[in-house]
Each structure stands twice: as structure tokens, then as C-alpha cells.
Design a protein around this ligand. Structure first.
Ligand code: HEM
Length: 186
């Protein structure tokens, strides 16, 4: 079935991703769970063993320029690579100040002052990413960010998140949960 870009992330006792650690970076925590399931497309009812369920849609891009996009497209990898057995789900919410800004002001903070794409690009192609928007669905988070990488890249991924968390953009984040996962569906 075509998913229409909709994805569900179910935290609980089921799913092919085993939770290695869950860290509350900012704001209210999320219940600790053992496993995570990623489900493409609509759902009827709650998945078995689910303790929380987050939804997001792969939407159009908001900030990236044509030139930046071309550069990323030349090097980025798809999610689902067999060797990428590590993943991170990082749900994020931004505060009302951020959402009250105009589009051009947000872009300026995002890239001209925080260099989000420039920083992120240094970690491609080993890290694959997929961004889901949740804000317009009335969800508790605005974004569900998803990353996949090989175990040999785990240290690099730590560097990436710590670099981004020092930026001005992150001052507008009022809730962030960092969930690290390992695939064990073998
Ligand atoms: C792997 C390297 C990364 C690259 C290349 C990258 C690239 C991008 C790009 C191009 C966008 C903008 C999409 C648009 O135009 O709307 C974006 C948005 C975003 N990224 Fe990243 N990113 C990376 C890593 C990360 C990490 C590690 C996090 C979280 C810890 C993160 C969190 C976000 C969030 C929350 C947004 C949405 C921002 C908003 O719309 O306000 N990114 N990223």
C-alpha cells in the first residue's frame, strides 16, 4: 500500500528496532520502552504492545535552496541500507517564538546563522536521514527526525548531534528526546 508519506513510530514491546537508550534532552520525557516499530501508511487501532504512538508525514521541504538540495542529492543515501543497523529517532518541538517568526527569519537562523545543512552535509553519505512533519497533525512534537547509520559511524553521529545542539536554532527547541536503536530482526 502507498503510505502517502505517513509514518507511525510505535514505542513498546514490539518492532524490529531494539532501544539502546532514551535520553530526554529538553522538556518533558517520554515513557521508556524496549522496542520501536516503524509503520508506513495509515493504521487502524493501536499496534500490539504499543505504549506510545507518534505520527509524522514526509512533506515538502521548507528551507533548502536549489543549490543546497542538488549538493545533498548527489551524496545522500536512502534509509533501509542493510549495513545501517543503527538508528536514531529524535522527536523535536520548537517553541512559540520560532513559529511566530516569518519564513525568511527562520531560514536565516536555520542556515545562515546555524549552518544546519552545512554541518549535516559533513556527515553524508554515512548517515541517511528522513524528516517527518508532525505539527499540523496536532501531535506532541513538531518533527520526527530519523537517521540510520552503520555501527562504525556511531561516534561520528554523536559529533553531529552535539554540533547541532550548540547552534542558535537549538535555542528554539523546547522538547527533544534522543532515542537510539539497533536493528535485531535477524
Ligand atoms: C545527517 C545530517 C543532516 C542533514 C544533511 C540535515 C539536513 C536537513 C535539511 C536540508 C533540512 C531542511 C529541510 C527543509 O528545507 O525543510 C533539515 C531540517 C531539520 N533537521 Fe536536519 N539534517 C541533518 C541532521 C539532523 C539531526 C542530527 C537532527 C536532530 C538532532 C536534525 C533535525 C532537523 C529538524 C528538526 C529539521 C526541521 C527544522 C524546521 O523545519 O524547523 N537534522 N535537516
Amino acid at each position: 500500500m502507498h503510505s502517502n508519506g505517513l509514518f507511525h513510530f510505535s514505542g513498546g514491546s514490539h518492532g524490529k528496532w531494539k532501544v539502546l537508550r532514551m535520553q530526554t534532552v529538553t522538556g518533558a520525557s517520554l515513557e521508556m520502552v524496549e522496542r520501536l516499530d516503524v509503520i508506513a501508511g495509515p493504521l487502524e487501532g493501536s499496534p500490539p504492545g504499543s505504549r506510545w504512538l507518534l505520527r509524522g508525514i514526509v512533506s515538502n521541504e521548507r528551507y533548502i535552496t536549489r543549490v543546497e538540495r542538488a549538493k545533498l542529492e548527489a551524496i545522500q543515501q536512502c534509509v533501509g541500507r542493510p549495513e545501517a543497523t543503527c538508528a536514531a529517532l529524535i522527536p523535536i518541538r520548537k517553541n512559540s517564538t520560532w513559529w511566530s517568526l516569518a519564513q525568511d527569519e527562520r531560514r536565516t537562523i536555520f542556515e545562515e546563522r546555524s549552518h544546519h545543512i552545512e554541518i549535516g552535509s559533513k556527515y553524508l553519505p554515512p548517515v541517511a536521514r528522513r524528516l517527518h512533519h508532525s505539527r499540523d497533525l496536532g501531535e506532541p512534537f513538531d518533527f520526527l527526525t530519523w537517521f540510520e547509520y552503520a555501527p562504525t559511524c556511531s561516534q561520528k553521529f554523536e559529533e553531529l548531534v552535539s554540533e547541532l545542539r550548540k547552534t542558535e536554532e537549538w535555542k528554539f527547541i523546547d522538547r527533544e528526546i534522543d532515542i537510539r536503536l539497533i536493528r535485531d530482526d535477524a
